[in-house]
Write a protein that binds this ligand. Structure first.
Ligand SMILES: [Zn+2]
Length: 136
């Protein structure tokens, strides 16, 4: 039993690391930086600690892993069929937390964009979207 639990914890950590993987975040940072925008990372004083913060524009960007944040209509954003009782509440909680953070940011006057990991596969398209969001 203890063994099973630690195995679960391990695989969950791995998922977490993968979904928080720095690669998608780095891609977004590179896009934004190349366009000459100044930003801060993970402002701890804002709801949800957005990944990129543009203080002067009053805009924030989250870079979300599709599984962990349950990207809608995305192949990666589905709740696993096995151990559903384990994953469903956990992932639903994440989605609700994201929603609450977004609402709180809006109330504070921040504009919010979420970049999904899968969108970075088409880097030209997402680049246009991001720069459009930032007003370029
Ligand atoms: Zn996705």
């Amino acid at each position: 039993m203890a063994d099973r639990l630690s195995r679960e914890r391990r695989s969950e950590n791995m998922r977490r690391i993968r979904s928080k993987g720095t690669v998608p975040e780095l891609m977004v940072r590179r896009i934004v930086h190349a366009a000459g925008f100044r930003f801060r990372l993970h402002a701890p004083n804002l709801p949800g600690r957005p990944d990129l913060v543009f203080p002067r524009l009053h805009k924030v960007v989250f870079v979300h892993g599709c599984f962990w944040h349950q990207h809608k209509r995305c192949r990666e954003g589905r709740i696993p069929g096995s151990r559903r009782d384990y994953w469903e509440p956990k992932l639903t909680r994440n989605v609700e937390r994201d929603k609450a953070h977004k609402a709180a940011l809006h109330r504070l006057g921040w504009e919010v964009m979420t970049v999904w990991e899968c969108q970075l596969k088409n880097s030209e398209k997402i680049e246009r979207k991001i720069l459009n969001f930032l007003g370029r």
